[in-house]
Design a protein around this ligand. Sequence first.
Ligand code: F6P
Length: 320
Amino acid sequence: MSKIAILCSGGDVSGMNPAIKQFVEYSIENALTPYLVYDGYEGLIDNNIHPASYADVSGIINRGGTKIRSARSMRFKEPSFRAQAKANLDSHGIDKLVVLGGDGSFRGVEKFYKETGIAFSGIPSTIDNDIAGTDYCLGVDTALNIIQGALDAIRDTASSFKRAFVLEAMGRDCGYLTLVSALTSGAELCLIPEVKYDLKAYERLFKQQIEDGRNYFIAVVSEGVDQSAQEISDWFEDVIGIESRATVLGHIQRGGNPTSRDRLMAYRFVTEAIDGLIAGRKDSVICYNNSRFNYKSIDDVVNKPNVLDPELLRLAKNMM
Ligand code: F6P
C-alpha cells in the first residue's frame, strides 16, 4: 500500500485538527497508509513520523491548535537536513506529503520535491488570509469569530462608559482580519497596512460626532500599521478628547474551537489534496477561488502580491 504523511508548519490555526482527522480517515478509505509527522519539518528531520489509525484522531474535531504540533524550521532550509528528512521518509516508505501551512512552508516543500521527488499537496492554512492564490485559508473564519466576540464584549464596556476602544488584530502585513472585523463590528475607524491613513482627517469629524451625542468609538487596527494600538488610543485621549483604552488581542486569535465553516473547509481541502496526489499531481497547492477548489502551482500561489478584495475595501471606505 502506498504511504502518505501529513504535517503542520508555521502558525497553528483552528481547523488543523479536523484536517488531520479527515486525512487519516480519507487515506484509509482510499487504501493509503496514513502517517502523522509531529513538529512540522523538524519532525521530518528528527524522524518523528508515526503510522496513524482512527483512534489517533478521535475526539479532536472540535479542538483548536494541532494534535501533531507545528513549528517554524530553520534546519529545513539547509540541504543536509532535507537529505536527512528524505532518508527518514524512505525508511517508512512514504512518498506523498500533505502540508498545512503558509507561503514559506510551501516554498520549502517545493524545493524538497525538486530534490527528492517526494510529491506534495499544500493546504493554505493561516489566520492572516494573505496567500495570493486563494480566497480562503484554513482558520480564518474561526479567527474572525474570536475577534468579533472580543469586539462585541468591548462594545459593552465602551457603551457603558464614554470611551474609545482601540483593538489591535493580527495579520502581519495583511489587513484582512482587521478589515472584516471592523466591518462586521460596525467600527468607526479601521487602519490597515494596505491603505495609507491620516488621523488628522478624522479630527473634525470625531469631535463633531461627540458634540452631536456620540458616546463611544470602536477602532480596529492591524498589527502591521506603523502606529501601535496604544498610540492610536493616546490620540483619542489627547486629540479627540475622549477617555480611551487599547487592547492587543494577540494569540487569543489563533485558538478556539474551529467553527463549522473551518471544520467543513478542513474536510474539503484535505479531500482535494489526497485526490490530487492519487491522480498523480506532484506539487500543487489547493486553492479556493470563487467558491471552487482548484490545483495551482507554487509559482501561481506565492509569486504575486496578495490583494485585498476591492469590494470589501469599498464597503469600509468611510472608516479608513
Ligand atoms: O501568521 C500567523 C501569525 O499569528 C501572525 O498574524 C502574527 O504576526 C504571527 O503569526 C505571530 O507569530 P508568533 O506566533 O511566532 O508570535
